[in-house]
Design a protein around this ligand. Structure first.
Ligand SMILES: [Zn+2]
Length: 100
């Protein structure tokens, strides 16, 4: 029997319902060996985000995440993040635009 590595351990944990957040690169590695094994769970409510395995479409706000759509929207709303921060850097990256 071969030695278990972290990928096997991760799979085992998940079979027992224990999940920890994985980096996207880790999801990719786990899913490369066990397709569909990892599911990404919302860091806020714990629900599956339905986004794992589809590589880069996870919802993050800065370094926080992943979020499910509901929590993502709720957080965006509650923090009134400028839409700029959710998309690639605008041309004038000098900071928030102040409305008069
Ligand atoms: Zn959520």
């Amino acid at each position: 029997m071969r030695k278990m590595d972290w990928i096997d351990e991760e799979k085992e944990r998940r079979q027992h319902g224990v999940n920890r957040p994985l980096l996207q690169s880790e999801h990719a590695e786990v899913n490369a060996r066990y397709p569909g094994c990892t599911l990404e769970y919302c860091c806020e409510c714990g629900k599956a985000t339905g986004r794992a395995g589809r590589c880069d479409d996870s919802l993050f706000i800065d370094d926080d995440g992943p979020y499910c759509k509901e929590c993502f929207d709720a957080r965006v709303e509650s923090e009134e993040l400028p839409l700029d921060s959710l998309s690639p850097m605008p041309d004038n990256a000098s900071g928030r635009e102040e409305k008069p």
